[in-house]
Design a protein around this ligand. Sequence first.
Ligand SMILES: C[S@@+](CC[C@H](N)C(=O)[O-])C[C@H]1O[C@@H](n2cnc3c(N)ncnc32)[C@H](O)[C@@H]1O
Length: 224
Amino acid sequence: MRLRNTRAAKQKIEEMPGLIIEEPELLRGKWEAYFGNSNPLHVELGMGKGRFITTMATLYPKINFIGIDRISAVMVKAMKLDYHGLPNLRFLNIDGSVLEQYFAPEEIDRLYLNFSDPWPKKRHAKRRLTSPFFLNIYNKLLSPRGEIHFKTDNVDFFEYSLLQFVEAGYSLRRITYDLHHSGFTGNVRTEYESKFAAQGYPICRCEALPAVRKTHVPEDAPSD
Ligand SMILES: C[S@@+](CC[C@H](N)C(=O)[O-])C[C@H]1O[C@@H](n2cnc3c(N)ncnc32)[C@H](O)[C@@H]1O
């Protein structure tokens, strides 16, 4: 178990057994069996306090959701949200750089990257969740119908990411530099999104489809 717990975080986690999965490496390639169904698997990497993923899991009970963050103290805040033992929602306290230890190739149907840290300094570029290192991992883990949905307030980071997606062979669609005035329906706001929108920052969004795509199977999935 790799939780970086404060004592309060540990106590809160113990009050909600099963929500944060211990020893998730045992479930690699077995997430369908774990959830007990073959519903699509949607993952948010960098869930923060978890408003987005918790709302999504409530809105879409026929999709399995996994929220990931490397900091357990923020995940504990997600537990204060309206979590009513949703059977389709679980959290992992891991670092995204080792996703392949927890998910088998093509196991993830959708990956959400919401307001990922932009790491503006060049020497930190490898930490960006849309760096070539991470895009290569996602490409392996996304299913043939897989998609990445990316949102940020940071235009420089957005443009960097668009370039990285293209250079890694992803195709892009639904690109907007002002999501909230784009006519897009079904958007679920994250904590950071609400904060930046309230400060007047437009929100950038795009969808990226992985390099190796087989047949696209339309699914009854959220439009976000
Ligand atoms: C700026 S916050 C955004 C939180 C949330 N998605 C939102 O939009 O409100 C970014 C989150 O990503 C997490 N994060 C950053 N790098 C990560 C990594 N490599 N693996 C897992 N989580 C990461 C941070 O701990 C932080 O909670």
